[in-house]
Design a protein. Sequence first.
Length: 157
Amino acid sequence: MDRRTFLSWVGVGTLASSLPVVLAACTSSDTPEASSSPESTDTAEAPAPVTTADGFTEVGKLADLESSGSVVMEDFGGAPLLVILSPDDKTKVVAFKNQCTHSQCPVDWNAEGGTLDCGCHGSKFKADGTVANGPAKDPLPTYEAKLEGDTVLVKAG
């Protein structure tokens, strides 16, 4: 066997042995194998959010909101969500897209200061979402929100 033939066979062997790795890397996480993993099983058991006839989605309970100061959802219609009790009227809730308009970092409710604070670059927003302190220039997008009994409801879009 000459050198060229040997190197060709080595190249084919290398390609063939890496094929399973490439196929595994390209496999969608929606495949049955992926959905049978322990992590996916826990997520699959979580109940789907309840949506009312008028388009509001249940995002939490009033007791949780009162105890922690805010309700946060990582994915509310494709964006993170932050809900707080209105500082002006504790019978109302205010809901925001939980991304600073400066660099899309999450904001945290600062009940003492009455502001939504971005930990990345120091932007602060008032409880209505308007900018109190930059570098952010645009207000936080808001969602329509309400309390219905002890349930916190938010309407996407």
